[in-house]
Ligand binder design. Structure first.
Ligand SMILES: [Zn+2]
Length: 459
């Protein structure tokens, strides 16, 4: 019998039915194996060994046969300790259309033409201040709105959309292919002219729209309205020469700017498919617990585009993890929560210029993406970032959502921050993602960790 178990008695006498009973108390470490041997011959049990090839002793293999050659007695089949892990799953709420949580309302004050195309719009807001990611003004990246789109005048009442943005600077949006903003001039309730806008120049005390149209412009339009993608101004003057109209200095074009995130990902419970299989290899059986608050309910935690470092480290886990205080040596619990994205660029977990800095891949040049995070100490709890996995995960194991969930649960159940590395030719490389291999199974170090802890990360 392997060490760590306990028999209630080493010797037992038969009762009136000829049955002798002892109680085996197994230790709680998952994966420990036991075989119980009984013999009526004194000294016979002392001849058993789990080391093969010892002269004079009888080897007990890891099998299930009831008898062994040369041993006068019987054996149980092999008994293996399994631990039950209660996993509580939860999710952040969805992005409501009416919330500004994941788009940005902007006003365009100028449209700038380059090489005959309106390629840049200047906005009156500070786009660089939103998440301080590297943008076209500061260099090093295309800004949060790379691959994003603009809705005119807003997301709910959509007149026009511009897709495939190339990026943004501190106060402009850029589209190399050119913006194609439609205009109409309406007189007496009918469209008198239509086309697209080539330029919007801010002259300080007025603004001038340069128009692309086959329709003639008439001074009769003065005092009537021009509508550019849903934003209306009164025409003060139709200017001579190229087709231009003067509008008030206060005129701006309202729009909603969205980055390349998918707003359809949440709420969704984390994908446990691989984690259950991987934990089974460590003799841990997963039981999924109903979330403390049902998913798809209005009481899901409110959507936030980026979970900040302080939120991860502080309020979120303790606020959402209902079974957290139940964690104990004889009752294992874990928590996996679907969030949207990890911290923004400058709120990352490590400070620049550390090459290990992780971000949310808005813009795409943020190459190292935080896909999940676990507090492996006494706080516990794991977050997986659904949008970051979709956007920057690479689409293959171990960077799929199921892989990330498995990775994070490895940290939590193994109560370890370790990322396993190998040193080759002086270079340190992660083995797989440092926790699981490319098939989604735990690395040996993590199987060891999971089978050695008293309880998972948590109280
Ligand atoms: Zn990790």
């Amino acid at each position: 019998m392997a060490a760590g178990g306990e028999l209630s008695a080493a010797v037992a006498s038969t009762d009136s039915n000829g049955v002798a009973r002892v109680v085996l108390r197994m230790c709680a470490q998952p994966g420990n194996n036991y075989r119980v041997a009984a013999s009526c011959c004194a000294g016979e049990l002392g001849r058993l060994t789990v080391t093969n090839g010892v002269p004079g002793l009888v080897y007990v293999p890891a099998g299930n046969e009831g008898t062994l050659e040369g041993f006068q007695g019987r054996l149980s089949e092999m008994l293996t300790v399994w631990r039950r892990l209660h996993v509580e799953l939860d999710s952040m709420n969805d992005v409501s259309m009416l919330k500004t949580a994941n788009y940005f309302v902007a006003t365009i004050a100028e449209i700038i033409e380059q090489e005959g195309r309106p390629v840049r719009v200047r906005v009156t807001q500070n786009l660089g201040g939103l998440d301080t990611s590297p943008n076209l003004s500061v260099g090093g990246g295309n800004g949060r709105f790379q691959n994003g789109h603009i809705a005119f005048p807003n997301l709910v009442y959509l007149v026009h959309a511009e897709t495939d943005l190339d990026g943004n600077g501190t106060n402009f949006l850029h589209k190399a292919a050119g913006f194609n903003l439609p205009f109409t001039i309406i007189t007496n309730g009918v469209v008198a002219a239509s086309g697209t806008v080539r330029r919007l120049n801010d002259l300080g005390n007025s603004k001038v729209l340069r128009l692309q149209t086959n329709d003639p412009l008439s001074t009769n339009f003065e005092g009537h309205q021009i509508d550019v993608a849903g934003s209306v101004a009164t025409i003060e003057k139709v200017l001579p020469g190229p087709k231009r109209v003067r509008v008030p200095a206060s005129y701006v074009i309202t729009c909603a700017v969205h980055d390349d995130d998918s707003d359809l990902l949440l709420p969704k419970l984390p994908n446990m498919e691989l984690a259950s299989t991987a934990l089974a290899q460590a003799y841990v059986a997963v039981r999924l617990d109903t979330p403390a608050v049902a998913v798809h309910s209005a009481t899901n935690s409110e959507f936030v585009a980026n979970v900040s470092r302080s939120t991860v480290l502080g309020s979120l886990v303790s606020a959402r993890w209902g079974s957290r205080t139940l964690n104990a040596n004889d009752f294992w619990v874990a928590f996996v929560y679907s969030a949207f994205q990890g911290p923004t660029y400058t709120n990352s977990f490590l400070t620049p210029p550390d090459w290990l800095r992780f971000s949310d891949r808005d813009p795409n040049s943020e190459g190292r993406v935080l896909l999940g995070v676990t507090r492996a100490g006494h706080v516990g709890g794991s977050l997986v970032f659904a949008e970051s996995i979709r956007d920057g995960g690479g689409g293959a194991l171990p960077y799929t959502e199921a892989g990330v969930v498995t990775h994070e649960l490895g940290h939590a159940v193994g109560r370890s921050d370790l990322h396993v590395t190998t040193v080759t030719g002086g270079t340190t490389n992660l083995v797989g993602d440092g926790v699981i291999n490319s098939s989604g199974y735990y690395l040996p170090e993590y199987l060891d960790a999971i089978r050695s802890v008293l309880r998972p990360a948590g109280p």
